[in-house]
Design a protein around this ligand. Structure first.
Ligand code: NAG
Ligand code: NAG
Length: 238
C-alpha cells in the first residue's frame, strides 16, 4: 500500500481558530515520500507566519518547504521515491484545495460535480512546455511519462527528475455556499474507473461520510481498479 491519508481538525495556537486539514498522498517507487508528506505538510503549513492571513501563500510555501525537507533527509537514505498530494484546508466557510499530481478533489454542488484540482500529466501542453524548457523530455511508455519514467508531472520527492517534477501546487480558493454538500478527495485508483460525476452521484444520498467512502472504494474495486484506492469524504453541515 503506497497511499496515505490524513483527516482531522487542529487549533491554530495564535488565533484559537479551529482548522480542518484533509489530504490524500499517493506514493510511487515506495511509500516513504507519501508517509513523510502526510506527517509534515500540515504542520509546516500551520507553523508559517502567513497562516491564516495569507492562506494560498502559506499552502504553496508549505508544499515547497516539505519537498525540500524530504529530499534533504532522503538523500542520506539513498532513496528516490515520490508522491502526489491533494489537500483541503477548511477555515470557517473558506475551503482552499491544493494539489500536485493526479489525486483529485471533487465538490458536490447541488449534486453537480465541480473539480477543484488539476491533473498534472506530462502530456498537458503547459506541463510539457515547462518540462522541455527545463531540458527534460516527455516520452510515451505505456502512457506519457517524464523522462520515460514518471506518469505525473508534479510531485513531492522524485529526486532524479526534480528539475522537471516540481512541488508547485495548483490551488482553488472557494467560499462554501448552502448548495455545497460534500468534498471527495481520492487517489487515481478511483478516477481510473469512475468519472467525477459518477462518484458524486453514487454517494450523494449517503448521510454517513464513512459509509460513503466505503461505498465508493467498493464500487471502484468492483469495476476492476488494480491500483491502490484511498478516499476521504468531508460532509458539510447545512
Ligand atoms: C497497492 O498497490 C501495490 C502496487 O500495485 C500492490 O502490490 C498492493 O497489493 C496494493 N495494496 C492494496 C492493499 O491494494
Ligand atoms: C470569499 O469571501 C470573502 C469575504 O466575503 C471575499 O473577500 C473573497 O473574495 C471570497 N473568495 C472567493 C474565492 O470568492
Amino acid at each position: 500500500m503506497e497511499d496515505f491519508h490524513s483527516a482531522g481538525y487542529r487549533k491554530d495556537p495564535r488565533t484559537q481558530q479551529v482548522v480542518g486539514l484533509f489530504g490524500i498522498f499517493d506514493g510511487h517507487g515506495g511509500p516513504n515520500a507519501a508517509d513523510y508528506v502526510r506527517c509534515n505538510l500540515f504542520t509546516n503549513m500551520m507553523q508559517s507566519q502567513k497562516f491564516v492571513s495569507d492562506l494560498p501563500g502559506c499552502v504553496a510555501e508549505a508544499y515547497e518547504v516539505t519537498d525540500a525537507q524530504y529530499l534533504k533527509q532522503d538523500a542520506t537514505a539513498g532513496r528516490d521515491d515520490g508522491c502526489t498530494a491533494v489537500t483541503a484546508v477548511l477555515v470557517g466557510q473558506r475551503l482552499l484545495v491544493a494539489n500536485v499530481g493526479d489525486s483529485r478533489a471533487v465538490l458536490s454542488r447541488g449534486g453537480r460535480a465541480v473539480a477543484l484540482s488539476v491533473d498534472h500529466k506530462p502530456n498537458v501542453k503547459e506541463e510539457r512546455t515547462r518540462i522541455e524548457s527545463a531540458g527534460g523530455v516527455v516520452v510515451w511508455a505505456g502512457t506519457w511519462r517524464v523522462g520515460g519514467v514518471l506518469a505525473v508531472s508534479r510531485a513531492f520527492g522524485d529526486r532524479p527528475l526534480k528539475k522537471f517534477v516540481v512541488p508547485t501546487p495548483a490551488m482553488m480558493d472557494e467560499n462554501l455556499t448552502a448548495e455545497d454538500e460534500f468534498l471527495l478527495l481520492a487517489s487515481d485508483g478511483l478516477w481510473d474507473v469512475m468519472s467525477n460525476q459518477e462518484a458524486v452521484t453514487l454517494i450523494r444520498d449517503i448521510k454517513d461520510p464513512e459509509q460513503a467512502a466505503k461505498k465508493i472504494t467498493e464500487e471502484a474495486l468492483g469495476r476492476g481498479s488494480n491500483d491502490n484506492i484511498s478516499c476521504v469524504v468531508i460532509l458539510f453541515q447545512r
